[in-house]
Design a protein around this ligand. Structure first.
Ligand SMILES: Nc1ncnc2c1ncn2[C@@H]1O[C@H](COP(=O)(O)OP(=O)(O)OP(=O)(O)O)[C@@H](O)[C@H]1O
Ligand SMILES: [Mg+2]
Length: 516
């Protein structure tokens, strides 16, 4: 067993930059789990519940803490996107784009391969560009050609964000407001669409490409893009101030356990314990808020599943990337235009039970499928994993109760709790802390029932002690001193759990942000 002790490496403090830019959200107030962004309104509640306006002229409210973070790289990066907000260039790009589309030989389009089509569009754009007197330099012309290609085949002005591997979230609140999360920090970018029509065109094209539709009668879209990113779009009449797009990007290389160790998302001791839990076929739930890293951790946990097991995965939008050879992947399907043909997670869980899986992995439990999942866990599919949206490991159990209630059976609460207590053994909490760092903040066990209450105990935890000078949460990981309730079961499965692993002590002190 690897008993690696990591020393927190000091995070360098860059010098302040002189570039001026739109106020970034982090400057106004730090993000905590309880202070999540309301992207729709562009407003955000702080930990104390006040509203801050990222468009406003500064920190108008008296927040609990006002942090000035050194964000040189973020500010310089955002400034590099400034070109995307130049109205002259936006107008030229659109005009060229329309011209290129109208001059393309439509009869040829159907016959061309995607590569030929790209070449043809590039050629046409070059021809049209050469005739324009208002494009000053060759460099500007080259850039415009690239932009027209993005406009024709990609996400238009958002392509600049999509190309950056450090951007994890792209949030569009209408044509003139685009936010991005880069290295865990949310910032408003200068990127703009020409108008609402332009933004809608991009949304429609994405929908067409993934074989879905989005219009007034069906104004919401959930889709997975070709690069694996997850996209959600809402347009009028549901979106009041212009189309809303939320894109969750996953790097080309998913985060691994090693990366999570390096960036102090958890400690080696915790990883060793989780590794054994997965191999010993414990049923586990990853709990956390929006964007806290639930799917990422779930994906990492699947890495511990032995290769000879048959794993069935069920997701709304396939995000998991299991490395095992024997994986069957399923994705839910929304209803068609007539409101028919919907296949829910619940349908897929039931179907998966007939597919002889050794384990079932559900991307996220958010409805009645919770009951089917508990039943699967209780009937021989040990080692199943899922995620749930909750603020603490105890809260996760209450949420599970509520979801089981949605299955429509009038089950007494004590029956539901008994089911949960016998089905689930381990609950992990992941949190997005101040400054955007993600950490596994608790590893708890469900130990059974006391009366009609589900009893739990905590084995490992992260205690936040404050924030560092960069506005990043600092604190320490600790073992609580409790030996696992399931020690015997784990040891019977052939794994040894050294007692020292759980001795009460500080495991790792975290002073702030490390590599993302
Ligand atoms: N431990 C981590 N360290 C650094 N970045 C992380 C970590 N975990 C997740 N991330 C990044 O945070 C973003 C959100 O992660 P993820 O999709 O796993 O969260 P989630 O809780 O499943 O979100 P949602 O609620 O939207 O489903 C991703 O871009 C991911 O790369
Ligand atoms: Mg997720």
């Amino acid at each position: 067993m690897n008993w690696l002790r990591q020393k927190p490496s000091p995070s360098p403090v860059p010098k302040p930059a002189s570039v001026t830019l739109l106020p970034a959200v982090d400057e106004v107030a730090p993000v905590t789990e309880a202070a999540e962004m309301d992207a729709t309104a562009g407003l955000r509640t702080t930990a104390a519940g006040q509203l801050s306006d990222p468009e406003g002229s500064g920190p108008a409210m008296t927040g609990p803490v006002t942090v000035k973070s050194p964000r040189d790289d973020l500010v310089i990066w955002a400034a590099s996107l400034d070109r995307q907000s130049d109205p002259r260039l936006i107008a030229i790009k659109r005009e060229l784009h329309q011209q290129v589309i109208s001059t393309l030989d439509i009869s040829g389009v159907g016959k061309w391969s995607p590569e030929q089509l790209r070449l043809e569009v590039r050629r046409q754009t070059e021809v049209i560009c050469r005739e324009r007197k208002d494009l000053l330099s060759t460099a500007e012309r080259e850039q415009i050609i690239d932009d027209v290609m993005d406009e024709t085949f990609g996400l238009g002005p958002l392509e600049a964000l999509r190309r950056d591997p450090n951007v994890t979230d792209i949030l569009v609140n209408g044509p003139k407001t685009v936010y991005a999360e880069r290295n865990g920090r949310l910032i408003r970018t200068p990127i703009k669409f020409q108008d609402e029509k332009h933004l809608l065109q991009i949304v429609q094209r994405i929908a067409n490409e993934v074989g879905r539709r989005i219009d007034e009668t069906s104004p919401m879209l959930d889709a997975r893009l070709a690069d694996g990113s997850r996209l959600n779009a809402v347009i009028a009449p549901l979106a009041l101030d212009g189309a809303l797009i939320s894109i969750r990007r996953f790097g080309s290389v998913p985060l691994t356990i090693d990366r999570l160790l390096k960036n102090q998302s958890m400690t080696r001791e915790m990883v060793d314990f989780l590794d054994i839990c997965v191999k010993a076929r414990m049923n586990m739930i990853v709990s956390g808020g929006t964007g806290s890293g639930k799917t990422t951790l779930l994906n990492c946990l699947t890495g511990f599943i032995p290769e000879d097991e048959r794993v069935a995965t069920i997701e709304d939008a396939a995000e998991l990337r299991l490395q095992q050879p024997h994986v069957v992947r399923m994705e839910t399907r929304p209803a068609n235009i007539e409101g028919k043909g919907e296949i829910t997670t619940r349908d897929l869980v039931r179907n998966a039970l007939r597919m002889r899986p050794d384990r079932i992995i559900i991307g996220e439990c958010r409805g009645a499928e919770a009951l089917d999942m508990l039943q699967a866990m209780n009937t021989g599919h040990d080692g199943s994993l899922t995620t749930i949206h909750a603020n603490s490991t105890r809260d996760a159990v209450s949420r599970l109760e509520m979801l089981v209630g949605m299955a429509g059976f009038d089950l007494p609460i004590w029956i539901i709790r008994k089911q949960i207590a016998s089905a689930v053994q381990i609950v992990l909490q992941v949190s997005r802390l101040m400054g955007g760092v993600r950490r596994v903040t608790k590893i708890s066990e469900i130990t059974g029932m006391e009366g009609d209450v589900v009893s739990m105990q905590d084995l490992f935890e992260f205690k936040q002690t404050g924030i560092d000078e960069n506005g990043v949460a600092k604190g320490y990981f600790a073992a609580t001193g409790v030996r696992p309730f399931y020690s015997d079961r784990i040891e019977t499965s052939g794994f040894s759990l050294p007692g020292e692993l759980f001795e009460k002590r500080v495991l790792l002190r975290c002073e702030g942000r490390l590599t993302p």
